[in-house]
Design a protein around this ligand. Structure first.
Ligand SMILES: Nc1ncnc2c1ncn2[C@@H]1O[C@H](COP(=O)(O)OP(=O)(O)OP(=O)(O)O)[C@@H](O)[C@H]1O
Length: 664
């Protein structure tokens, strides 16, 4: 390898301007920040550098293998893809090299050093200061290459792209002090070679056994061979009486360190749990064990194997709208084809990780082909069933573990009714909600359990949505249900209101929001029936209250769509009722804040004819005072429902006036 020029001009790269050869380039600010972090705070987990570099090499081999399906000449005369790890004790260096796809000059500039990837900034923002936790984030964010600087003072990367000439090599070098140098070199062998000049305190990695241990620990399941030099074989002892022959010195041979067997191709019965877990951690890039997995070999019409895992913890950005990742890798006849094969899992199961290896798809399958492919559709449908079945079993057999799963991923599953009509009943079986049956938040119930407790004659599933547990639990709408001992599901996740717009029934029973539309609890047996006396009393009240209701209506004008006597309230004076198909107020509020232009749906104000405030109002002669009462009724009902007041200062003033009037 020979450096071609030695110009050394200090300058920052400007967009659209190719750097001069041998030029000193400046890292982008975020890259710099990241490097400093690697150097100073991740030293407690040094060994991950090797995993990250080997993983990049393996990706590069995967890419080349994939591209060579169309263009075999890319493999040149060297078709055995592999990664080699070597040590030079004297020089104090460790080298990781591969004969994968390699990079050309533009790619080196784009991938390493200059361009901060979108994930980098987010990564920096997510750091907690806790080294262990922070180190875990590295893999997730795709900042793997820089982890080299955890153990190295300086890093030299030499690379040449497959299919290009040997004189198009690129040499990248950096000591992490703000920039890097780039020069053109000869590199006859395609691929990438990364040499780390180890720091004094990281010299342990010059030890062959130490490196082998790290490779076995983190990279055993990489599907390409990871090679290291073996022991130098001892020179053969001369036979007795024979003269010792002076031979060529023996040279160590490269030997494979990792297992590299495609675990999923082995029969289930031969694989230990520990092997499944190790495979998961290495292949799916998690630091923790998986929660559960399902390994299936399908034969017959379709031939494929799937190995699907449910993680224990949600990735940091699972609920971030931009999270488009999907954890399923696609293989065809053991050849890695693509990561994040989104067609294999619906979005609501995006947390599932693992792989599908098909024998039926063509090797040159592309994302476009997958979009409309019957084989893929069949695998996808079966995989969904597998995951749902595995979760059902977990819920049944290990409810505590299931509760942990629900906390992490429940909100994802709640996206299902809007996305997967065919499976919504099966997914709903997995739902867990707070309920009026329990006193504390987090004591969840399933829909099946709710149904088992339903009153005789009850054929509806009652629920309320709110923006917090407290708001749901203390909603005035619950009064009549509490009174009559009818259980109500308390839904207070942001996605609940949206989910319920798609989930109309479960087990042939329809869902009814207790805060919307008319309420009819008449047919439920076991609910204490009102005596004739009470009924007559109520009817009289309703007649008596009618003129007051008319007066309120006149005051409130078109801020409400109606004012009427309530059958839901027992202790509160008033509540808001939305139309059957209207969105709950707290949700309308949220969407408006997010800038959505919603047609405003006017609520109905229901008043409690038995409440003393209504008596007071009935006797109120002062029109101004009556106006204040009316507005107060509406405003407090809006507040209790999670709505926001347009004139909150007016509300406070009216309330204070009332207090003062009390004193008078
Ligand atoms: N050995 C290699 N051969 C070819 N390209 C490489 C190699 N190492 C790194 N790269 C390129 O540099 C990019 C940046 O690597 P880096 O490790 O920082 O992130 P990543 O590999 O994209 O993400 P992750 O580490 O999460 O897999 C890679 O995406 C790849 O394009």
């Amino acid at each position: 390898m020979s450096e071609k020029t030695e110009a050394n001009i200090d300058s920052a790269p400007t967009e659209g301007q190719a750097p001069v050869d041998g030029e000193k380039m400046v890292f982008q600010a975020e890259v710099n920040q990241l490097l400093q972090l690697m150097i100073h705070s991740l030293y407690s987990n040094q060994e991950i550098f090797l995993r990250e570099l080997i993983s990049n090499s393996s990706d590069a081999c995967d890419k080349l293998r994939f591209e060579s399906i169309e263009n075999a000449s890319l493999l040149e005369s060297d078709p055995e893809l592999r990664v080699v790890v070597s040590v030079d004790e004297e020089a104090g260096t460790v080298t990781v090299s591969d004969n994968g796809i390699g990079m050309n000059r533009d790619e080196v500039i784009a991938n390493i050093g200059t361009i901060a990837k979108s994930g980098t900034k987010q990564f920096l923002e997510s750091l907690s200061g806790d080294q262990k936790a922070d180190a875990k984030l590295i893999g997730q964010f795709g900042v793997g290459f820089y982890s080299a600087f955890v153990v190295a003072d300086s890093v030299v990367l030499v690379t040449r792209k497959a299919g290009e000439n040997g004189d198009t090599g690129v040499r990248w070098e950096s000591d992490a002090s703000g920039g890097y140098t780039l020069s053109a070199v000869d590199k006859p062998v395609r691929g990438t070679e990364i040499t780390l000049k180890l720091k004094e305190e990281s010299k342990e990695f010059l030890n062959d056994y130490r490196l082998r241990g790290v490779i076995k620990k983190y990279s055993d399941h990489i599907t390409f061979p990871i090679m290291m030099l073996g022991e130098v074989p001892p020179a053969p002892e001369p036979e007795e009486g024979e003269e010792a022959v002076v031979e060529e010195p023996q040279v160590a041979q490269l030997e494979q360190v990792n297992d590299a067997s495609a675990l999923w191709t082995r029969p289930k019965s031969t694989i230990k749990d520990e092997e499944y877990q190790n495979f998961y951690k290495q292949v799916c890039n998690d630091y923790e064990d998986a929660l559960i997995w399902s390994h299936n070999k399908v034969e017959g019409n379709q031939e494929y194997t799937s190995l699907l895992y449910v993680p224990k913890k949600a990735p940091f950005d699972l609920y971030d709208g931009n999270h488009q990742r999907n954890g399923i890798k696609l293989f065809v006849q053991r050849v890695f084809i693509m990561d994040e094969a989104e067609k294999l899992m619906p979005r609501y199961l995006r947390f599932v990780r693992g792989l599908v290896d098909s024998n039926d798809l063509p090797l040159n399958v592309s994302r476009e082909i997958l979009q409309d492919n019957k084989t893929i559709d069949a695998i996808r449908n079966a995989s969904i069933k597998r995951v749902l079945g595995m979760l059902e079993k977990l819920a049944d057999k290990q409810p505590e573990d299931y509760a942990g799963f629900w906390t992490e991923f429940g909100a994802c599953l709640k996206e299902a009714p809007g996305e997967d009509f065919a499976n919504k009943e099966q997914v709903a079986k997995l739902y867990r909600f707070d309920t009026t049956n329990n006193d504390k938040v987090g004591e969840l119930t399933s829909l099946d359990d709710y149904i088992a407790r339903m009153k005789v004659g009850q054929d509806k599933l009652y629920y309320i949505t709110a923006d917090s547990y407290q708001a749901a639990k203390n909603s005035p709408h619950l009064e009549i249900f509490r009174d009559k001992g009818i259980e109500v599901l308390l839904m207070h996740d942001r996605v609940d209101e949206w989910m319920m717009s798609y989930l109309n029934e479960y087990d042939s029973k329809s869902f009814v929001s207790i805060a919307k539309g008319d309420l009819d609890l008449g047919s439920i047996e076991g609910v204490e029936q009102e005596s004739d006396e009470v009924k007559a009393e109520k009817e009289k009240k309703a007649v008596d209250i009618a003129p007051t209701i008319e007066r309120i209506k006149a005051v409130l004008g078109d801020t409400t769509s109606d004012v009427r006597a309530s059958t839901r309230l027992t202790s509160s004076p008033a509540c808001i009722v939305m139309g059957q198909h209207d969105m709950a107020l707290h949700m309308q509020q949220l969407l408006k804040q997010a800038g959505h232009d919603l047609p405003s749906s006017k609520p109905v104000l229901e008043v409690n004819p038995t409440h003393p405030i209504l008596d007071l109002m009935d006797n109120e002669q002062d029109d101004e005072r009556f106006k204040d009462w009316s507005h107060l009724l509406l405003d407090q009902a809006l507040l209790a429902d999670g709505g926001q007041l347009e004139d909150s200062a007016g509300f406070v003033k009216r309330m204070n006036d009332m207090f003062l009037a009390l004193k008078a």
